[in-house]
Design a protein around this ligand. Structure first.
Ligand code: DC
Length: 673
């Protein structure tokens, strides 16, 4: 996850591969609530792990449901419709899929069994309307206090044990602001339909009908039959009781699929992009996004649990579409419109205004930053592709979908942007609401021109702290990190294992060329074994310094090191990163801490690990290593001509990182703008 203030994307030019989608948010939170209310234990497979499901789980736990993780399976022991806990203060973040149905369910339970529950969220949650639901519940006899603004959370629902609800008359709810109010009632009222059927009637035109379909399908899985007359009247059968289906699988998120369908339509020019976890058998309405993408020119094939997309028509075909049926995925169409042959007009999107942010206003503002001409009204947006693309820093409004769809604007070179423009996504971690690994997943699929992927090189002598500096900088920028010393260390280790003598240049070079090395966070794997600790040993370093002096070995490792230059960027540390491997690096840093200072640092490191050492010996070692690295013929250690020198003898790590980050900002067009 990129828990950083912003993430810069270089221009992107292609996409290929396979993506497995995280579970659907809408299904996950409905299933959790149903399992929490039902009698018996439900085994939930493939549940989405995200902010919105986390707050739902916390709420269920606070209400006394049993939750047990078992690998990828979550077991939920439900309440069987009986409150275990009669007072709780629930924090629901910005999850509408938790706030609305929990309000209804707890209002009904408190009114009949007694209790007092407070439901609150982040400030934006307190700006998202819930009045229509309150007005539907009050006539039943539910007591609901608005603790802030009338019609908005936070709320307190309360009641006395033994209360009875007025369910003889149809319960009326507005359907034209958010379909979640109807969903909330459909999920809550089976709790009080034991003696007589309960009828819900919808006032106004019901929006987002496919979400109601999901609700009805999941209710059926939990044993609740609802008779639907058109989209106006819903009857919950008398004698309804939630019963666990035993096990239930959450399908992949169809709204999340939209970003990858769009990615395929825009950038999969050579082979189709494969999306797994959701497909033609999906119960999610947003799967209909596929038809809209097809209408814009995507070539799509699908089957149960999968979709394959490649670019068809290019540029994409501009579209006029009523998006009432795909409100969330429609945002992705607004970004695809940047790549179309004319203005695209999306209508029926009034619900965008009450989502995580006012999405119509937000989308219009951000698309304009990219250079698009945008016209927006109460329930529509019209987007004409940029005549001139701009490098932009886009805001995401704590809205996961803003971040995910706007990332697709990085493919501007494919729309002929000249020059190709980088893109800044502010607050990228907001994707955690539904898709915590979105950017990692995206970067695993995309291709950039290596020359356009920024590289910062950090070279310097042994124990200068370059590894620590480079790794910390990579984390701050959200970039990849290459510890090239580890590549030489691994080569020395692999040569030893293969019984190749370290002075057998051709032999070691063959080992280097076939190196099976995998970097995984801070762990390093050689031929399937975790060798991280072994690699860091002083003795391995000494062997590495010998193999590193062999020109054939350096040549053999060249391509491997280059392959680390991938979107969104690379920080590489070593001896010759700026001089030999990445001579075109955007920023080159050369560290120059004194041998004495470096010996002291290494001494502290060793002592803290309980290893005996002497500063004088360490210093002698470091000087010998320096001499060997500097005097060797192949890629000797020396600063690149255009390197900036940083003497970090007196600097802490954060100060060193700050210094280099400032140099980078001076060169980064997105910071200078
Ligand atoms: O940075 P380090 O201590 O992990 O490096 C181990 C050895 O590898 C060191 O003696 C120098 C050599 N090396 C190199 O020659 N070129 C690099 N880019 C990185 C390391």
């Amino acid at each position: 996850m990129f828990d950083i203030p912003h993430l810069d994307l270089p221009p992107l030019r292609g996409a290929a591969g396979r993506v497995r989608l995280p579970g659907s948010k809408s299904i996950s939170n409905r299933v959790l609530l149903l399992a929490g209310l039902a009698e018996g234990e439900t085994e939930v497979h493939d549940l989405l792990g995200s902010d919105d499901t986390r707050v739902m789980l916390q709420a269920l736990q606070a209400l006394g449901c049993g939750l047990q993780r078992d690998g990828a399976v979550l077991r939920v022991r439900g309440l069987g419709g009986r409150l275990q806990v009669h007072e709780a203060d629930l924090f629901l973040g910005n999850a509408g899929t938790a706030m609305r149905p929990l309000t209804a369910a707890l209002a009904v339970l408190a009114a009949t069994q007694g209790g007092r529950f407070t439901l609150r969220g982040v400030p934006r949650m307190h700006e998202r309307p819930i009045g229509d639901l309150i007005h539907a519940l009050r006539p039943l006899g539910c007591s609901i206090d608005e603790l802030g603004q009338p019609g908005y959370p936070p709320l307190c629902v309360h009641g006395q044990a033994g209360g009875r609800l007025q369910t003889q008359q149809p319960i009326r709810v507005r359907g034209d602001v958010s379909s979640q109010f109807l969903t909330a009632l459909l999920l809550a009222l089976p709790l009080v339909a034991d003696a007589a059927p309960v009828v819900i009637e919808v006032d106004g035109e019901l929006i987002s009908k496919p979400y109601i379909e999901i609700t009805l399908k999941l209710l059926a899985r939990f044993g609740i039959a609802v008779q639907r007359d058109g989209w106006r009247r819903f009857t919950i059968a008398q004698g309804s009781r939630y019963r666990t289906p035993g096990a239930i699988h959450v399908e992949g998120d169809a709204s999340s699929a939209s970003y990858f369908v769009a990615l395929g339509a825009i950038a999969a020019t050579r082979s189709a992009l494969r999306i797994e976890g959701v497909g033609s058998d999906s119960i999610q309405g947003d799967i209909a996004f596929v038809d809209a993408a097809r209408a814009m020119g995507a070539e799509v094939q699908s089957g149960p649990g999968w979709i394959e997309v490649r670019r068809g028509r290019w540029p994409l075909r501009a579209l006029a579409l009523d998006c009432n049926h795909i409100p969330d995925a429609a945002m992705t169409l607004a970004v695809m419109a940047l790549y179309a042959d004319g203005p695209t007009r999306l209508t029926g999107i009034a619900s965008w205004r009450v989502k995580e942010t006012d999405r119509i206003a937000a989308m219009a503002t951000e698309l304009r930053k990219l250079g698009a001409a945008v016209n927006a009204g109460d329930d529509f947006i019209e987007v004409a592709p940029p005549a001139r693309w701009q490098a932009a820093a886009v805001d995401t409004y704590d809205d996961h979908r803003m971040a995910m769809c706007l990332s697709l604007a990085a493919f501007n070179p494919l729309a002929g942007a000249n020059p190709a423009q980088p893109l800044r996504i502010r607050d990228p971690q907001c994707v955690a609401k539904t898709f915590p690994d979105y950017f990692e997943t995206l970067f695993g699929l995309v291709q950039a021109d290596p020359a356009e992927v920024p590289v910062i090189t950090v070279d310097g002598p042994s124990a200068s702290g370059k590894g620590t500096l480079a790794a910390a900088l990579a984390r701050r920028l959200g970039w990849h990190f290459l510890d090239s010393g580890a590549v030489y260390r691994a080569t020395a280790l692999a040569a030893g294992q293969a019984g190749v003598a370290l002075d057998d240049e051709a032999g070691v070079a063959r080992v280097a060329a076939a190196l099976d090395l995998r970097f995984d966070g801070s762990r390093i794997w050689l031929a399937g074994h975790d060798v991280s600790d072994e690699l860091r040993r002083e003795s391995t370093g000494a062997l590495a310094s010998r193999v590193a002096a062999l020109p054939a070995v350096r040549r053999a490792l060249h391509a491997l090191q280059l392959s680390f230059r991938r979107a969104p960027g690379l920080v590489a540390d070593g001896r010759d990163m700026g001089t030999v491997v990445f001579p075109q690096a955007t920023l080159k840093v050369f560290l120059t801490a004194s041998a004495e200072e470096r010996a002291k640092r290494r001494y502290k490191q060793l002592i803290s690990k309980g290893i005996q050492a002497s500063i004088a010996d360490l210093r002698a070692d470091i000087e010998a290593r320096d001499a060997r690295d500097q005097s060797r013929v192949a890629a000797p250690l020396k600063p690149a001509e255009d390197a900036l020198r940083l003497d970090n003898s007196q600097l802490g790590i954060d100060e060193s990182v700050d210094a280099v980050q400032q140099w980078w900002q001076q060169r980064n067009p997105l910071d200078r703008a």
